[in-house]
Design a protein around this ligand. Structure first.
Ligand code: ADP
Length: 495
C-alpha cells in the first residue's frame, strides 16, 4: 500500500523513534546554544525535523563520557557484551518497518530497499554479537626455555565514527557493531542529511541496555565535530565512510595523535561484460550493481565495460531493462528509483552527462531530469563513452550507466585498473579460467563474478589504492577495533 510522507512522519513522532536531540552520556540533549539544523525529505523538499546542531563542546563531552564508559564496558565479559548486542539486533528487527520508513523519509530510497537496508544493517549487530566471543589470543612457543610468550587482543579504546547519508543505518552498524563487541566505546557522527535513522537506532541501543556513554551520537557542524574527535588524545581510532577528499583530510589530521584509521572512500567500479557472458545474467547483475539506491553507493558500477562482440546486444537488452525502472517517491508502491539526495548531486550528474555528450557519447535513454521535478533524474544509459570523459574517471553517484567498448581481456583489465580507486569490480563471463585470470588481475578489494550485489556482513568489505584502508564486516572487521599485546613471562623455571 502506498503511503504519504506526512502521515508516516506523524506516526513515527508518536512512536518515540523520531528523535531530534543528540545522545551524550546516555542523555538526550539539545545543542548547548540551542542551534538546530533542518532535515529534509529529498522526494518532496518538506522539512521532516529540526535536529540539534552540535559542535566542539558537545563532542568533547561525548568523548569524555565515552572515555569513562570504556573502563566498565571493556571489562565486561564478551558474553555480557554479546547479550546486549543481541538485544539491540532484536529491537532493530522488531522495528524494521519504522526504521525503513525513517530511511525513506530522510534519504529517499524506495521503502522496500530501505527495509532491506535495516535487515542488512542489523545483520552486523547480530554477527558481531556472535563474533564478540571469538576474539582469541595466542600462545607462542618460547625462544628461551624459562619464558612463556602470550598474545592478547584488547579493545583500542574510544572510537570516533563518521558516516555518510547513503546508508543511514548500515554504515553506522558496521562500525558500531564490531567496536562495541570488542569492548570499545563510540562517538558517532552521522551525516547531517540523515541523522534521524542514527538517532532512532541509538534509542533502540539504549533500550537494549547499551550503557550510558558507550554509544554517543553528535551531529551538526561537521568540521568542528571532526576536529574535536581528531585532536583528542582520548580518541584512539577514527573510522570513516564518505568522500575520498574528506577521508584524506581526516587521515592527515589523525597523524598528530597517531590514531588507528579505517577509511571507506569513493569507488569507480567497473562492470566488465565479456563476449562469453550469459546476456541475461550480465544485464541483471549490471542493473543491480548500477541502479541500487539510484546509483548512490560507493560500490555502484560506475563504468560498464562491454566487449566488442556483445556490445550492441548488451546495449539493447540493458537499455530495455533500464526503461522498466520506475522513478518516484519511495513511499509509492512499485517505485524502484528514488530521488537523488540533493540538487548538488543532480547538478554533478548533469555536468558529467553534458561533458560526455560534448565529447561524442550518445544517450540511449534518459539523460535529463525527470518530469517529477525535485531531484529526480531519469535512469540513463550512454554509449560510446571513452576514457577522456569525466564519467569514466570520477564517481557519478547517480543513475547513469556509461557503456565503454573494449576488444581484448588485457584491454578490459588495463581500463578497469586505470583509476586511483579500487573498491568493487564486477565481471560477467561463463569461463571459469577467465574469471580467475581477471579477478586475480583486478586491483580491487571486492569482486563480483556473475553477480552484482555482493555485500554481506559475513564477508570483508573495503578498498585498495585510494578507496581506503581496513575492512568492515566478517571476522576481519573485528581486527580494526583491537590492539595486539605481547606478554613475556620470564623466570619461569623457578620452583
Ligand atoms: P558525501 O559525499 O557522502 O556527503 P562527505 O565525505 O562529504 O561525503 O561526508 C561523509 C561524512 O563526513 C558526513 O558525515 C559529513 O558530515 C562528514 N564530514 C564532511 N566534512 C568533514 C570534516 N571536515 N570533518 C569531519 N567530518 C566531515
Amino acid at each position: 500500500m502506498s503511503m504519504d510522507a506526512q502521515s508516516v512522519s506523524e506516526k513515527l513522532r508518536s512512536s518515540g523513534l523520531l528523535r531530534t536531540q543528540g545522545l551524550i552520556g546516555g542523555k538526550w540533549l539539545d545543542s548547548y546554544d540551542n542551534k538546530t539544523i533542518k532535515v529534509n525529505n529529498p522526494a518532496t523538499g518538506e522539512i521532516i525535523a529540526d535536529v540539534a546542531c552540535m559542535g566542539t563542546k558537545e563532542t568533547n563531552d561525548a568523548i569524555a563520557s565515552s572515555y569513562e564508559a570504556f573502563t566498565s564496558w571493556s571489562r565486561l565479559t564478551a558474553g555480557e557484551r554479546s547479550k546486549v548486542l543481541r538485544r539491540w539486533y532484536d529491537l532493530l528487527i522488531a522495528h524494521k518497518e519504522e526504521l525503513g520508513q525513517l530511511i525513506t523519509l530522510e534519504q529517499g530510497k524506495p521503502l522496500k530497499e530501505a527495509i532491506g537496508e535495516v535487515a542488512y544493517g542489523a545483520s552486523f549487530i547480530e554477527y558481531y554479537a556472535e563474533e564478540a566471543k571469538r576474539v582469541y589470543g595466542d600462545i607462542i612457543p618460547p625462544n628461551l626455555s624459562d619464558r612463556r610468550l602470550l598474545v592478547l587482543k584488547q579493545p583500542v579504546g574510544v572510537v570516533g565514527a563518521i558516516t555518510p547519508w547513503n546508508f543511514p543505518l548500515a554504515m553506522i552498524t558496521r562500525k558500531v557493531g564490531p567496536a562495541l563487541a570488542s569492548g570499545c566505546t563510540v562517538v558517532v557522527k552521522p551525516s547531517e542529511l540523515t541523522p534521524l535513522t542514527a538517532l532512532a537506532a541509538a534509542e533502540l541501543a539504549l533500550q537494549a541496555g547499551v550503557p550510558p556513554g558507550a554509544l554517543n551520537v553528535v551531529m551538526g557542524n561537521a568540521p568542528e565535530i571532526g576536529d574535536a574527535l581528531l585532536t583528542s588524545p582520548q580518541v584512539r581510532k577514527i573510522t570513516f565512510t564518505g568522500s575520498t577528499a574528506v577521508g584524506k583530510k581526516l587521515m592527515a589530521a589523525a597523524a598528530p595523535t597517531v590514531k588507528k584509521v579505517s577509511l571507506e572512500l569513493g569507488g569507480n567500479a567497473p562492470s566488465i561484460v565479456f563476449d562469453d557472458a550469459d546476456l541475461d545474467v550480465a544485464v541483471k547483475g549490471t542493473l543491480a550493481a548500477k541502479f541500487r539506491n539510484s546509483g548512490q553507493t560507493c560500490v555502484c558500477a560506475n563504468r560498464v565495460l562491454v566487449q566488442d562482440g556483445i556490445y550492441d546486444k548488451f546495449a539493447e537488452a540493458f537499455s530495455e531493462a533500464v526503461q522498466k525502472l520506475e522513478v518516484g517517491d519511495g513511499f509509492r508502491d512499485g517505485t524502484t528509483q528514488g530521488p537523488l539526495i540533493n540538487d548538488a548531486a543532480v547538478q554533478k550528474v548533469e555536468t558529467f552527462v553534458q561533458d560526455a555528450v560534448s565529447k561524442g557519447a550518445k544517450i540511449i535513454i534518459g539523460g535529463k531530469r525527470h518530469s517529477l521535478g525535485m531531484t529526480f533524474y531519469e535512469p540513463t544509459v550512454i554509449r560510446d563513452v571513452s576514457d577522456n570523459m569525466i564519467m569514466s574517471k570520477e564517481e557519478i553517484f547517480g543513475p547513469v550507466a556509461p557503456l565503454i567498448r573494449f576488444k581484448t581481456e588485457e584491454d578490459a583489465i588495463r581500463i578497469a585498473n586505470d583509476t586511483i580507486a579500487g573498491l568493487a569490480a564486477y565481471i560477467f563471463t561463463n569461463s571459469v579460467q577467465r574469471s580467475w585470470r581477471v579477478f586475480e588481475a583486478l586491483e580491487y578489494g571486492l569482486v563480483g563474478v556473475n553477480e552484482g550485489l555482493i555485500s554481506t556482513e559475513v564477508a570483508p568489505f573495503g578498498g585498495v589504492k585510494q578507496s581506503g584502508l581496513g575492512r568492515e564486516g566478517s571476522k576481519y572487521g573485528m581486527d580494526e577495533y583491537l590492539e595486539i599485546k605481547y606478554v613475556c613471562l620470564g623466570d619461569m623455571n623457578r620452583h
